[in-house]
Design a protein around this ligand. Structure first.
Ligand SMILES: Nc1nc2c(ncn2[C@@H]2O[C@H](COP(=O)(O)OP(=O)(O)OP(=O)(O)O)[C@@H](O)[C@H]2O)c(=O)[nH]1
Length: 966
């Protein structure tokens, strides 16, 4: 296949990426695809500019040509071609023909035409470079601004998340019984979940963003997202999970599809694929999710900072990575056309080797071995050791000593061929340790990619993609739209087309977009076949491949696949610099902003629903609060009134009962009288019986008070249950029997009521004596009085407590009168007096007095059974009155009742106080939540607007004008 001098530029047949290139290897009609280049390697690689308005060139109506792809031949253009375009960037962006022209940097159809047009091409190339630079700068500024804006938004979001944990959309975990999630999302869910594990949140839509299909895919994605969110209604999920911030532990929101669309902010618990990790995520408490998100934001901010650095860095970094022994170093050497980096069949590259143009090092070819933990500063030799290029063979093993080897080399090729010294941008080529060498090295390679503009992934044609390769490529896709895949050691493969098909099949699965543009991004090469000269010896004679004596180069270094690869790479890094350098930033920003929009939308919805819920609760709470206030006043007033009423009733009742008993004490005792000689004991028994009777009356009053108090207690209990939903705590320990167990008035001890002789003498005795001394008047008067006074006439004033004393006096008079009136023999004597002569009476006086006295004594003695109870009861009654016993007991009983009732009353009062306080607190909390939710709502609305605005700006940032691959 080499050495054929076929026409490489006129093929216009359609192709389907690299698959056609595979078939073309055996198809002469497509020799332009893989056929050998006929130009001299030292010169013919300069691209030709062809007339872009010529259909003869195989252009389609849009001015594109299949053959315009780098590495493919195309017809040349007239050497007198006029630029005919405005250099202003805005005009540039619409100048598609220019782009097409710039993109047609392929090999010429013949060396003669190349030589004829070379000066013109170089001039134009310079012009394009200028234009590219202008547009690049403009885009760079836009993206730098967007990075700043996104950083600000993220800082705000982080603050917000720390103060008010934001709601992270959680997926409904689809178990076997779950039918809630729509079946049409299952596939995407699982595939995304798989991708998540591999790439930490990227998905293939990333690629679409920059490839021209981004607008459509993004907007349709967004539309569907809007739809899903609106379908979810008012923030209560279709799965029945309600948004209720009071339930802080449960899932706060389920928006099944939203989280699937999150890319950068997708929380990955690294528990394997699918629902395991999701379940765990769903079960996490909101603060845990917030801190996971916080960590993501921190990570994102870091990445943005490195992106900013990267786009401000004028140099471009190309990372060459891949599995162990896939031929990365050999590939780098092939690109440099010098054997600089050590190649070995055994794993050797343990330290990153960054190859740069030696002009950055004052033209000196050196190795700067950067010491671990030192930040490389070329002007500070303390940060590195200087070695010659020939030391590299040893240095590459020293990964414990050096973090990176900066290799300054002189490519010694003209700018239009050289990669490092291209005159456009400083490029550095980084040879990385094999991915599957150790997890330590792998992690380093992963972390390195943040500062990388372009990744070239070298895979061995024999081994295909390993697991680590899969992971790495997926991870790269999070940010980079394009990745070069170099399938190396193709020369070792016998059945090449089968190998190609299999590898392309794998690429298709890994990155459909890369597969789509496989012609430019997937290359099957044999790096070892590319001519290189020995680097360490420094004696190479140039870039071309005729240095069969150097390194492992071969004479037959005409490797068309490699040329095409090189051309694509150059084209991509230099002429499509916006794409290689800025596209990662654009893609990443787009992903972040879209994630922010998704989070905002979910949170707008949540905060709105939360606010409405809180306001609704507030509406409900206000009347409850007012009711509680008025109930508290009414109920406690009623209870106080009931207590007071009860106490008053008991006071009155006690007084009435005791007075009644006191009134009846004279009649009550039923103690048997034996003789005058037992009169004292009789009187004592009477006394004790009367006191006991009064005490019994007091006890009865207490029993009555217990019952009355219990009734009020029950009424308070009912009020408590009715208004507070619970009975007062006191009632749980209330026992009515415990009342009046202490402090009962001991009447026996208080009452003296000592017996005296007078207690044994009837109250009528003095009256009786006066009857003797003033027989007529006294008797008549007495007779009249006795007839006039009746018991009923005097009982009424006695009922009044204050008149007990008078009543007793009156009772004694009545008692005496009745006694006299009841003595029949005295009546007979008085009747006889009317018939006896006064003189006779005079003479009979002394004997009459003697007889009278005897009769009087006899009378007194005979009256002891009657007079003692009367006298003793009077005496006790008088003493009870003087002690204020009735009043004291009435007060005591009322007080005890009041005291007992005070406890449940206090409980109810406390209950109301608690209720009011709780309601007030709830109201405050509710108001606070509503305010916070409102503030959150406003914040997220603004955040969404800002993010959408930024995303629109980024969308306008057209990186594609000069970036067409077609
Ligand atoms: N046949 C063949 N051998 C190749 C090709 N490229 C590299 N090799 C050989 O493969 C072996 C490994 O090459 P390296 O370039 O050291 O591989 P590497 O990926 O840099 O190795 P590490 O950095 O140690 O992971 C060497 O012996 C190379 O000569 C190729 O295209 N064809």
């Amino acid at each position: 296949m080499s050495g054929t001098s076929g026409d490489c530029g006129s093929g216009s047949g359609s192709d389907s990426g690299a698959s056609s290139s595979s078939s073309s290897s055996s198809n002469s009609s497509n020799s332009s695809v893989t056929g050998p280049q006929v130009y001299d390697k030292g010169k013919a690689k300069a691209p030709e500019i062809r007339r872009n308005d010529s259909n003869e060139d195989g252009l389609d109506t849009n001015g594109h040509s299949e053959n315009n792809r780098p590495g493919l031949g195309s017809d040349g253009v007239d050497s007198n071609i006029d630029f005919g375009f405005d250099l202003r960037p805005d005009v540039i962006s619409s100048n598609r023909s220019l782009s097409a022209a710039a993109g047609s940097s392929s090999s010429g159809s013949g060396s003669s035409s190349f030589h004829r047009r070379a000066p013109s091409i170089n001039t134009q190339r310079q012009a394009f470079t200028q234009i590219n630079q202008l547009q690049y700068n403009q885009n760079r500024l836009v993206l730098a601004g967007a990075i700043q804006q996104a950083t600000d938004l993220l800082n705000d979001l982080q603050q917000m998340n720390r103060v008010w944990p934001i709601y992270y959309p959680r997926e409904a975990v689809e178990g076997p019984s779950s039918e809630s999630a729509s079946t049409n999302t299952n596939d995407s869910a699982s595939s995304t979940a798989n991708m998540t594990v591999l790439n930490g949140g990227a998905n293939s839509s990333t690629n679409g963003t920059v490839n021209g299909s981004s607008d459509n895919s993004t907007s349709s994605q967004k539309d569907s997202k809007h739809q899903e969110i609106s379908e979810n209604g008012t923030g209560r999920s279709q799965n029945g999970n309600s948004i209720n911030s009071s339930d802080n532990q449960g899932p706060r929101l389920v928006v099944p599809s939203a989280s699937r669309q999150l890319q950068v902010f997708k929380l990955d618990l690294k528990l394997g694929s699918g629902s395991g990790s999701q379940e765990l995520l769903n079960s996490l408490e909101k603060n845990s999710v917030a801190s996971l998100l916080d960590a993501k934001i921190v990570q994102t901010l870091k990445h943005l900072a490195s992106l900013r650095e990267r786009i401000n860095d004028t140099a471009s970094k190309v990372l060459v990575t891949g599995d162990l022994n896939s031929g990365k170093s050999t590939f780098c050497n092939a690109l440099l056309r010098r054997r600089i980096l050590p190649e070995d069949q055994q794993p050797c590259t343990n330290v990153f080797c960054e190859v740069r143009d030696c002009r950055e090092n004052d033209g000196l070819e050196q190795v700067h071995a950067v010491l671990i933990d030192r930040e490389y500063d070329r002007n500070d030799e303390a940060t590195y050791e200087i070695h010659g290029l020939d030391s590299l063979d040893d240095l590459v093993y020293e990964f414990q000593k050096y973090s990176i080897l900066k290799v300054y080399v002189d490519e010694k090729r003209p700018p239009h061929e050289s990669l490092l010294r291209n005159g456009v941008v400083d490029i550095s080529l980084i040879d990385a340790p094999g991915l599957n060498m150790s997890s330590f090295q792998t992690t380093r390679v992963f972390s390195r990619q943040e500062e990388i503009d372009l990744v070239v992934f070298v895979v061995s044609a024999e081994n295909h993609f390993t697991l680590s390769a899969n992971e790495f490529i997926s991870s790269v896709a999070n940010e980079k739209s394009f990745i070069f895949i170099v399938v190396n050691q193709f020369d070792k493969i016998k059945d090449r087309s089968r190998c190609m098909n299999r590898i392309l099949g794998q690429v298709e699965k890994l990155s459909p977009q890369t597969h789509k543009d496989a012609r430019d991004f997937v290359h099957f090469v044999s790096s070892r076949d590319v001519g290189t000269s020995s680097g360490g010896g420094g004696g190479d004679d140039g870039p071309d491949g005729d240095d069969g004596d150097g390194g492992n180069g071969r004479d037959d270094d005409l490797s068309p696949d490699f040329d095409r690869l090189e051309e694509s790479l150059r084209n991509f890094v230099l002429e499509k610099r916006s794409l290689s350098k800025l596209a990662p930033a654009k893609t990443y920003l787009n992903n972040i902003l879209q994630d922010i929009e998704i989070l905002s939308e979910v949170n707008i919805k949540f905060t709105k629903s939360e606010r409405d819920l809180r306001l609704h609760e507030l509406d409900d709470m206000t009347p409850k609060f007012e009711h509680a206030l008025s109930d508290s006043v009414k109920v406690t007033e009623k209870i106080d009134k009931d207590i007071e009423h009860c106490a008053e009733k008991l006071y009155e009742h006690t007084k009435k009962e005791l007075n009644r008993v006191l009134m009846q004490t004279g009649q009550l005792p039923s103690v048997s009288y034996t003789s005058i000689f037992d009169a004292y004991n009789y009187a004592n028994s009477i006394r004790a019986a009367i006191i006991q009777r009064i005490q019994d009356a007091v006890y009865d009053c207490e029993v009555h008070a217990r019952k009355e108090t219990a009734i009020v207690v029950n009424s308070i209990k009912s009020l408590g249950i009715l208004h507070l939903g619970e009975q007062p705590a006191f009632l749980k320990i209330f026992k009515e029997d415990a009342m009046f167990t202490k402090g009962r008035h001991n009447l026996a001890r208080s009452i003296q009521a000592e017996l005296s002789v007078s207690d044994f003498i009837t109250a009528a005795a003095p009256t009786w004596v006066s009857v003797i001394t003033n027989p007529f008047n006294s008797l008549l008067t007495l007779g009249e009085k006795s007839k006039e006074l009746t018991l009923s006439e005097i009982s009424e004033p006695i009922s009044q407590v204050g008149t007990v004393n008078n009543a007793l006096t009156v009772a004694s008079v009545i008692g005496g009168g009745q006694m006299i009136l009841q003595s029949k023999w005295l009546n007979h004597a008085l009747n006889a007096v009317r018939w006896v002569d006064f003189q006779l009476l005079k003479r009979l006086l002394v004997p009459a007095l003697v007889v009278g006295s005897v009769c009087g004594v006899a009378y007194v003695i005979s009256e002891v059974p009657n007079s003692v109870p009367r006298n003793v009861s009077r005496k006790i009654a008088r003493e009870v009155v003087s002690l204020g016993y009735v009043e004291a007991n009435a007060k005591r009983i009322a007080k005890e009742s009041r005291k007992v009732l005070k406890y449940p009353s206090q409980d109810v009062r406390t209950g109301f106080q608690r209720l009011i306080e709780n309601t007030a607190h709830q109201r405050e909390a509710c108001e606070k939540s509503a305010k916070e939710a409102q503030a959150g709502y406003e914040y997220f609305v603004k955040l969404h607007t800002d993010a959408a605005h930024q995303r629109a700006l980024i969308d306008q940032c057209n990186l594609e004008t000069h970036l067409e691959v077609d």
